[in-house]
Design a binder for this molecule. Structure first.
Ligand SMILES: *Cc1c(COP(=O)(O)O)cnc(C)c1O
Length: 416
C-alpha cells in the first residue's frame, strides 16, 4: 500500500507513456472522471487546430469533398479497432439520445405484432425517457427489468419479463452507476431465443472493454465518444446496425444525409443502402476528427492492453479503498469480481455529495458524484497511473479523516 509499490507498478506498465499524450494544465490534478469526459489528447488538439485553420479557414466549402464521408469512414475505423464490427455497420453521428430514438423506432417497426420494449429499471435516464417516448408514439409500452443495484441485469431477471409481446430489449453494457458489466453474449442470445431484437448502449464500454458486436450476433448498438474515446464535450455519438438487418430497417428521421444520393435533390426520399440510411443531416466535422483521433490513440494501444491495465487499476483502487476508506464509512457498490466490472468503481458514502465537491476544491482530485450517496472513480487506462490511484485515494482518505468536507455548501451545483 505504500507509494513505492505504486511507482513500481508504473515502471512495469507497458502503457505508461500514454499518460503524457494528453493535455495537462495542472500536473497535480488527479483526474478520475474520464468515464464522464475523457481528457484531451495532444494529437486531437493539434488535429482540430489544423482542421479549423487550414480546412475550414482555407478550403471553405471545398472541404466537403473529403468531409462528407467522415461519418462512415470514422465509423468503420471505430468499429474495426474497438467494437468488433466489420465495415459498413457503424456510423458516427448525432448523440446517444437521438440514435437511440432512431434505432428503437426502427426496431419496433420491424417487429409488427409485438409492442413492448424492455429495459433496465435503473438504466440511464435518457435511455428510459427515449424508449418510453417511442413506445407512447407507437402505441406500445415499456416493461422494466428489476435489476440488482450492484450486479446489474442478469438472465433470471430478464427471463421474468420476456414473452411474445417483446419487440426490443435495450440494455446498458456497463451500468453507469455501479460499473457492473453485463454478459452481452449470453443476454443477446437469450433475447434472440425470445424472438426480440437487442439494442446495447455502449456509453461506458466503448474503448474500455471488448464488445465484439459481430461475433456476439448483436442487432443494434449506440454509444458516445466523449467518455473513454476522448473526443470532447458534445462530440458526436455512434450507432451500429448489423448488416443482417440493415436493409430491412428504416430511420424515422428521413434526413437528406440518409438519402441514396443526397445531392440528387429533386428525388423523393429513398433510404441509402446500408447503415448510411441512419444518418440524419449535417454532422460536426471537428467532432468527427476528434473521434477519429481518439480511436487512433486507443487503437494503437490496443483494447486487450487497455482492458488489462484497467482491470489492474480498478483492482488496486478497490484494495486501497478497503484499507483506507472503509474505516471512514465508504463501502464498495461495484461488483468485487473484476471480471464483472467495466472501467470504473463506485463507492457509497452518506456524505458523497460534499466529499465529491471538497475533493475537487481542496484535494485536486476529480471524481464524480451520483446522488444521493455514490462517488464514481474511473482510473482510465490511457490517462491514469497507479501512482495517481494511490495518491487520489490517499487524498480522499485525508480529506474525510480531517473532516474538511463537512463545511462545504453544495446547494448551488447544477451539474453532478
Ligand atoms: C453518458 C450516457 C448517455 C448520454 O447520452 P447523450 O445523448 O450522449 O447525452 C446515455 N446513456 C448512457 C448509459 C450513458 O452513460
Amino acid at each position: 500500500m505504500n507509494r513505492d509499490d505504486a511507482l513500481a507498478r508504473d515502471a512495469q506498465d507497458p502503457l505508461a507513456a500514454l499518460r503524457d499524450q494528453v493535455v495537462r494544465h495542472d500536473p497535480d490534478l488527479i483526474y478520475l472522471d474520464g468515464n464522464s469526459l475523457g481528457m484531451l489528447p495532444v494529437a486531437t488538439r493539434d488535429r482540430l487546430a489544423h482542421a479549423i485553420d487550414q480546412e475550414w479557414g482555407g478550403e471553405l466549402i471545398r472541404g466537403w469533398q473529403h468531409w462528407f464521408d467522415l461519418p462512415i469512414g470514422v465509423g468503420d475505423r471505430l468499429g474495426s479497432s474497438l467494437l468488433g464490427a466489420a465495415e459498413g455497420q457503424v456510423v458516427v453521428c448525432d448523440t446517444i439520445t437521438v440514435n437511440l430514438f432512431k434505432l428503437a423506432w426502427a426496431a419496433m417497426a420491424a417487429r409488427p405484432g409485438r409492442s413492448v420494449i424492455v429495459t433496465d429499471a435503473r438504466n440511464f435516464p435518457t435511455d428510459r425517457y427515449v424508449l418510453e417516448g417511442v413506445a407512447d408514439h407507437r402505441g406500445g409500452s415499456v416493461r422494466f427489468v428489476d435489476t440488482d443495484p450492484v450486479h446489474g441485469v442478469d438472465a433470471a431477471a430478464l427471463a421474468a419479463v420476456l414473452d411474445d409481446d417483446v419487440a426490443l430489449v435495450e440494455l446498458s453494457h456497463v451500468d453507469y452507476r455501479s460499473g457492473a458489466l453485463a454478459d452481452l453474449a449470453a443476454l443477446t442470445k437469450q433475447v434472440h431465443d425470445g424472438g426480440a431484437l437487442v439494442l446495447w448502449d455502449l456509453a461506458h464500454s466503448a474503448g474500455a472493454v471488448a464488445v465484439d458486436l459481430d461475433a456476439n450476433d448483436v442487432d443494434l448498438a449506440v454509444g458516445c465518444t466523449y467518455k473513454y474515446l476522448n473526443a470532447g464535450p458534445g462530440a458526436p455519438g455512434f450507432l451500429y446496425v448489423s448488416r443482417r438487418l440493415v436493409d430491412g430497417l428504416e430511420s424515422p428521421i428521413r434526413g437528406w444525409w440518409g438519402q441514396q444520393d443526397p445531392f440528387d435533390m429533386d428525388q423523393p426520399y429513398r433510404p441509402a443502402r446500408g447503415v448510411a440510411r441512419f444518418l440524419s443531416g449535417s454532422q460536426s466535422v471537428p467532432g468527427m476528427y476528434a473521434v477519429d483521433s481518439g480511436v487512433d490513440l486507443l487503437g494503437r494501444a490496443g483494447l486487450p492492453a487497455l482492458r488489462a491495465k484497467s482491470l489492474a487499476l480498478t483492482t488496486y483502487l478497490v484494495d486501497l479503498a478497503d484499507e483506507w476508506l472503509s474505516p471512514l464509512g465508504f463501502e464498495l457498490r461495484s461488483p468485487r469480481d473484476p471480471a464483472r466490472r467495466g472501467g470504473h468503481v463506485v463507492l457509497g458514502h452518506p456524505d458523497a455529495y460534499r466529499i465529491g465537491a471538497a475533493a475537487v476544491r481542496e484535494a485536486l482530485v476529480v471524481p464524480d458524484v451520483r446522488p444521493p450517496d455514490l462517488i464514481r472513480l474511473a482510473p482510465v487506462a490511457l490517462t491514469t497511473s497507479f501512482t495517481d490511484v494511490h495518491d487520489g485515494v490517499a487524498r480522499l482518505r485525508d480529506l474525510v479523516a480531517g473532516g474538511s468536507h463537512e463545511t462545504i455548501d453544495v446547494s448551488s451545483r447544477r451539474v453532478t
